[in-house]
Design a binder for this molecule. Structure first.
Ligand code: NAP
Length: 248
């Protein structure tokens, strides 16, 4: 097993990519802390994951919550943290002509501030070596109509991974990001998008289908483990060919 007895933290572990990652990590022998803002949803996810999962209600955008999360995790499992997956994120349509700075800032606070706090508050609790994986997006590199806040936030996540990697390499801490394309998760339920729009998106994927959350989790597992030990500061595209293949 690739993560036997390793303590791992997955923010936003109650659904979608985060839950699939927690499920895969548990299958690989890890002890997994999952977080989210909604207690019941988190509890249901933890029950499915079994006794090696510990649910902790925590808002990734609140440094106090993240400090409490790491302290509770380390006290509970009596060891430091081997792997952090900063996955919690939100998506909103934010057409520039209709979106206030406050609405723009909500997306930035979770997707950028949340990733910052997830990494910063982890540092006193990390093993050496350790691996940190930040969940960015294909959107980091592509302007997308009505999604400027989300795209800008994900560009910031890719950038944070590189600067964190530069600062932490001397401590044996690797930091990489992953950029999924379109993955079939509940995030789209929050987006006020028609199913027809989503089907249009799927058509332009060279592989002609969205990813399953488990397919993204496999790539996160690779970045979390020793298999990627010579990688830091990299961004891994897992997008069915969207970023690498021209549509023409
Ligand atoms: N699905 C895609 O196509 C896709 C593509 C590229 C990148 N991504 C990225 O992948 C990540 C996971 O998204 P997903 O598609 O799996 O969405 P999802 O199913 O909606 O999962 C999001 C998770 O994050 C949690 N969360 C949201 N805000 C949070 C906060 N402030 N603090 C702590 N937890 C929070 C949610 O739980 P609560 O609501 O209970 O807090 C949930 O567990 C996101 O960063 C997203 O941007 C997704």
């Amino acid at each position: 097993m690739l993560l036997e007895h390793q303590l791992t933290v997955v923010t936003g572990g109650s659904s979608g990519i985060g839950f699939a990652t927690a499920e895969r990590f548990v299958a690989e022998g890890a002890r997994v802390v999952i977080s989210g803002r909604h207690a019941e949803k988190l509890q249901r996810a933890a029950q499915k994951l079994g006794e090696n999962a510990l649910p902790i209600v925590a808002d990734a955008a609140r440094p106090d919550d993240m400090q409490r999360l790491y302290k509770t995790a380390v006290d509970h499992f009596h060891c430091d943290v081997n792997v952090v997956v900063a996955n919690a994120g939100i998506s909103r349509q934010t057409p520039v002509r209709e979106t206030s700075l406050e609405q723009f800032s909500e997306v930035m606070a979770v997707n950028v501030g949340g990733v910052y706090s997830t990494v910063r508050e982890a540092l006193p609790f990390l093993c050496r070596p350790a691996s940190i994986v930040l969940v960015a997006s294909l959107a980091a590199n592509q302007g997308t109509k009505n999604f400027s806040a989300y795209c800008a936030s994900k560009a910031a996540v890719v950038s944070l991974a590189k600067s964190f990697a530069a600062e932490l390499v001397e401590f044996g801490i690797r930091v990489n990001s992953i950029s999924p394309g379109v993955a079939n998760t509940p995030i789209f339920e929050t987006l006020d998008m028609s199913e027809a729009q989503l089907l249009e998106w799927a058509k332009v994927i060279p592989m002609k289908r969205p990813a399953s959350p488990a397919e993204i989790a496999s790539a996160i597992l690779f970045l979390a483990t020793d298999s990627s030990r010579y990688m830091t500061g990299a961004d891994l595209a897992v997008d069915g060919g969207m970023s690498g293949i021209s549509p023409f």
